[in-house]
Design a protein around this ligand. Structure first.
Ligand code: F0G
Length: 460
């Protein structure tokens, strides 16, 4: 390949296509009204470029589709299960592997056993379903991402790291009540930023010192390995898979939403080193997900996942993956759009507070940007700010989240560089309206995870 090449050539060719529908702004205005101005409530047919999530939205390879045909649908001890188990044991170094229908099912099983009233979990940053599963069983969840992550626009190689000093302090405060330390890799809610091997090793040492359990929430472990290889000394000559193996081996448990780096549309994993704990988890798995050799999955799902977990470590794929996200983010920055820096692995995060400076926080600037992106370009993405994380004080006044971000997550192997160039064009229209003064109010919200189903109205 030419060294001078500036085009992001996708390392695959297209064998099957799914048409996209082009709509007008007027049509999209109508669709928004019907959806209560919540992009989660839009019909996907009405979306042109869908950057809502990288979860379960990727394209499978011809090899994976071939595997689908080979899936063994036996209830117990299926061939496809054995295939998956072997791949996962090899990757994690953990003996006990439990399949689940997706990541949050693994979270519910593990955290309902480890947690309970008075228990404490500490993480670099809990993902929202992780926090919800912990709080649902009456436990507390502390996020202590490193200081460098606070300044969203300055460069630091591993902004996903946990703050080790705060970790020791919290351990001293909560002692025996600590249920586990959870390392989210990459750190999704903190901008998709990577965690260094050094930070993981330090956490391992602290867990060993205090006899605590270390859980790795590693649904983007391959993407994290890319950064370790290219940014951390001593890993230049290791393969991405070797780096992932080394990191996962540090944990006592591994939780994975396979819908990300598993390269499949559905699936999850819970793997453990401890036998006694694995027995408890398996009992709960059988009650709620299915028998231990399929969890909530069909044989073909497990076959495709076993293949996906190998493909994701392909060096050309990972380079294309990380570079395409960076391409979108870097070009946005060149246009003057404030983005979380450096660009993370699976998504570009825009600082809506800075872009829409005139929209008050109580009127959700992130939601305003999400709506404008859909209206102007049919692009769907998600607010990660006060809609998602805001709370109310006793007078019902909004306590805003630390940041007002908008996440544009890239599905794996789905969009080409020209799709990304289109998104960049739409931002030229956004720049023209960035001085808007009014935002949105919430007209309906549920008690948990409100961003999924809340309704909004534009403030006139
Ligand atoms: N942990 C992390 C770090 C995640 O990003 C997710 C899902 C989960 C756990 C839960 O897994 O969806 O399979 O139940 N993240 C998706 C997202 C939903 O859009 O970031 P799940």
């Amino acid at each position: 390949m030419s060294k001078k090449m500036r085009t992001l050539t996708e390392p695959f060719k297209i064998k099957m296509v799914e048409p996209l529908r082009i709509t007008t702004e007027e049509y999209r205005q109508n669709a928004l009204e019907k959806a209560g101005y919540n992009p989660f409530l839009l019909r996907s047919d009405d979306v042109f470029i869908d950057l809502l999530t990288d979860s379960g939205t990727g394209a499978m390879s011809d090899k994976q589709w071939g595997g689908i045909m080979m899936g063994d649908e036996s209830y117990a001890g299926a061939r496809s299960w054995e295939h998956l188990q072997t791949v996962v044991q090899n990757l994690t170094g953990m003996q006990y592997v439990l399949p689940t229908h997706q990541g949050r099912a693994a979270e519910r099983i593990l955290y309902s056993i480890l947690g309970g009233k008075g228990k404490v979990f500490i993480s670099n940053t809990h993902f929202d379903t992780t926090r919800a599963n912990i709080e649902y069983v009456g436990s507390e969840a502390y996020d202590i991402v490193c200081k460098e992550a606070e300044d969203v626009e300055s460069y630091h190689a591993f902004k996903g790291n946990i703050d080790l000093e705060k970790l020791e302090t919290l351990i001293q405060q909560h002692g025996k009540n600590i249920a586990a330390i959870i390392m989210t890799v990459t750190n999704n809610s903190s901008g998709g930023q990577p965690v260094s091997m050094k930070n993981m090793k330090d956490v391992r040492a602290i867990c060993t010192k205090y006899g605590l359990m270390m859980v790795i929430d590693g649904c983007r472990i391959a993407e994290n390995s890319y950064y370790v290889k290219h940014r951390e000394e001593g890993f230049e000559n290791k393969t991405y898979k070797e780096i992932a193996q080394e990191m996962l081996n540090l944990g006592d448990a591994f939780i994975m939403s396979a819908k990300k780096d598993g390269m499949v549309n559905i699936g999850g994993l819970l793997t453990l080193k401890d036998e006694a704990l694995s027995v408890k988890c398996k009992n709960l798995l059988i009650i709620s997900e299915g028998f231990t050799t399929y969890g909530g999955l069909s044989g073909r799902d497990m076959e495709a996942l076993a293949i996906g977990l190998e493909e994701v470590f392909d060096k050309d794929y990972l380079h294309y993956r990380i570079r395409s996200t960076a391409y979108l983010g870097e070009k946005l920055r060149e246009k003057g759009i404030p983005v979380v820096w450096p660009i993370g692995g699976h998504a570009v995060y825009i600082d809506a507070k800075k872009l829409y400076q005139n929209v008050p926080l109580e009127e959700y600037p992130g939601q305003a940007l999400v709506i404008d992106l859909y209206l102007k370009g049919g692009i769907r993405c998600v607010e990660v700010g006060s809609v998602m994380f805001g709370k109310y004080d006793e007078n019902g006044k909004l306590i805003p989240a630390a940041n007002e971000l908008v996440r544009m997550a890239l599905p794996r192997r789905v969009y080409t560089q020209s799709h990304l160039d289109y998104v960049l064009d739409v931002f030229d229209d956004i720049i023209e309206i960035k001085d808007r003064k009014k935002g949105f109010k919430i007209t309906y919200e549920p008690p948990f995870l409100r961003h999924f189903t809340a309704h909004f109205e534009p403030i006139k």
